[in-house]
Design a protein around this ligand. Structure first.
Ligand code: GLC
Length: 548
């Protein structure tokens, strides 16, 4: 039986909402979102019912990778505001009971960061060893076959010092050398800088990348690679990611976090579940949560997802709190991946699974990817590797607040940094707020129910088998004490009836608490549950005691 709610931390009970600050709300009038814009929208976030907001990077940066190239870890980019604005945001968020999670980018800095400028200046500079410098290969050329995630070799030659530096992403994002204790201490102090200011946690960018092979061995070829795919995948990441030594470093970060009360670390890790769960660390001394991206990376199929849920649940160590992510700034939006009708089912899945849900701004109103014309491309990934559909601009477009020109993101006279979606006059917060069956109403109702019911936010998860011939359904029960909710999701666009297999003890006698169509609450259920195409339902099961 799960521990009572008060024994769970905020990041276990709550819902995380990712804000991509450039695209949330432009207060200053320059077409780019900013911190005063976020402050304006805190009432909305509170109304929506989320618990914590995660801000993608807001630090000074040349913006080669839109803030993931940091040139000063302890300040705010003037585009976004000032440290005083940040302090106000934190105070205003806390006043509303909202936690604030910052994006910590430890793998690399900007090439404009003073540390790199020094490191690059000479082979004998004291900061030379803060980055990863290597001599050319014996016959000349890069030291080995490591490739950048954003296309091309991961090594950039510096003429003046005659060595290559390593960059897992852009050449403007040189990787720090985390084997150097000075780097560790400097970066731990960055964490303390923000923790002292009162931030509640960090999302740690590509945490599994921060240590590379100390022998710089070539990566093996990927036998499954086909031309036309992301060129980075031509080789496996064997020697550039998920190295065993990374766990000691993460343990060091965790110790810093534990110097403070109730703070948390969530790591960005794209790895198979068996590897992913090792990031909880021995005895839970790693990150509090390694992001679980399966709902983003798997095909949208009931069997696949059902199996993945069971496999993930079974793989978690006893101290490992689960989590689920449906979207982020690096992946196509859920409404575009599976279609808007099915994205409502996805919302119900995300908000009824066991584990902390992370949602991406705009998904709650059903925002879709926005097509980006070649001349509008901003993302360096798309610029480096064009035409393969790898660009991330489509999912980073301005939040759609209302139907006015500018969509309430920016003044109508201002050109936003990325184009607005063409559907903003109907898909927006104001319009949907007044529509009791809208996407936004669904999200709000789901969040409210999850918050109100311990069974849904901290309860146990029990998978319910669905007969093989109705393979489009996912079914599970969430339980806390005698409160039990049966969730049945139809992943197809055809009607389906759910009858628990005879072998299952799960009764379906109860009352519909919520349907994704928001039109059958209170309906009694008995024996079987009829679902429309693209429908999910949450049924409050009658408690054992009240069963005759
Ligand atoms: C992470 C970020 C992504 C960024 C990359 C390099 O994957 O989510 O947006 O480009 O790291 O920092």
């Amino acid at each position: 039986m799960p521990a009572p709610a008060e024994q769970h931390e905020w990041w276990q009970r709550g819902i995380v909402y990712q804000i991509y600050p450039r695209s949330f709300r432009d207060h200053s009038g320059d077409g780019v979102g900013d911190l005063p814009g976020v402050i304006e929208k805190l009432d909305y976030l509170q109304w929506l019912g989320i618990d914590a907001l995660w801000l993608s990077p807001i630090y000074p940066s040349p913006m080669a990778d839109f803030g993931y190239d940091v040139s000063d870890y302890c300040d705010i980019h003037p585009l976004f505001g000032t440290l005083a604005d940040f302090d106000r945001l934190l105070a205003e968020a806390h006043r509303r009971g909202l936690k604030v999670i910052l994006d910590f980018v430890p793998n690399h800095t900007s090439d404009q960061h003073p540390w790199f400028v020094e490191s690059n200046s000479s082979r004998t500079n004291p900061k030379r060893n803060w980055y990863i410098w290597r001599d050319p290969a014996p016959g000349g050329g890069p030291p080995n076959n490591w490739l950048s995630n954003f296309g091309g070799p991961a090594w950039r030659f510096d003429e003046s010092t005659g060595q290559y530096y390593f960059h897992a992403f852009l050449a403007q994002q040189p990787d720090l050398n985390w084997r150097n204790p000075e780097v560790q201490q400097a970066m731990f102090n960055v964490l303390r800088f923000w923790l002292d200011r009162g931030v509640d946690g960090f999302r740690v960018d590509v945490i599994y990348h921060i240590v590379k092979d100390d022998q710089f061995r070539d990566n093996p070829r990927n036998p499954n690679y086909k031309p036309g795919q992301n060129p980075h995948h031509e080789f496996l990441a064997t020697y550039i990611a998920d190295r065993p030594e990374v766990h000691d470093i993460i343990g060091g970060m965790r110790k810093v976090i534990d110097e403070y009360d109730s703070r948390m670390l969530v790591g960005e890790i794209y790895l198979p579940v068996e590897r992913l769960v090792t990031y909880y660390g021995e005895g839970g001394q790693g990150v509090h949560m390694p992001f679980n991206f399966q709902l983003i990376t798997m095909s949208w199929n009931a069997r696949t997802i059902s199996n993945a849920i069971q496999h993930y649940e079974a793989s978690l160590p006893s101290y490992g709190w689960p989590n689920w992510v449906l979207g982020n700034h690096d992946n196509s939006r859920i409404a575009s991946r599976i279609g808007r009708p099915q994205a409502r089912v996805a919302a119900m899945l995300l908000l009824t699974l066991r584990g902390t849900p992370t949602m991406y701004y705009g998904d709650e109103i059903g925002m879709s990817d926005v097509p980006i014309a070649p001349e509008q491309v901003q993302d360096p990934f798309e610029k480096n590797v064009p035409g393969l559909g790898l660009g991330r601009d489509p999912e980073r477009t301005p939040m759609q607040w209302d139907a006015t020109p500018g969509a309430g993101f920016a003044r109508s006279s201002v050109q936003p940094w990325l184009p607005l979606a063409s559907d903003y006059s109907t898909v927006n917060v104001v319009t949907e707020r007044d529509d009791p069956t809208s996407f936004l109403s669904l999200y709000r109702r789901l969040i409210a129910l999850r918050r109100a019911e311990p069974a849904l936010h901290i309860g146990a998860h029990e998978q319910v088998a669905t007969p093989a011939d109705i393979g489009e359904l996912i079914a599970y029960v969430r339980r806390a004490g005698d409160r039990r909710f049966l969730v049945v999701l139809n992943l197809s666009d055809q009607p389906q009836a759910f009858t628990p297999p005879a072998s299952e003890a799960t009764p379906v006698t109860g009352r519909v608490a919520l349907s994704t169509f928001l039109d059958r609450e209170g309906e009694s259920t008995q024996g079987k549950i009829e679902l429309r195409g693209n429908e999910g339902v949450i049924v409050e099961l009658r408690s054992a005691q009240s069963n005759p």
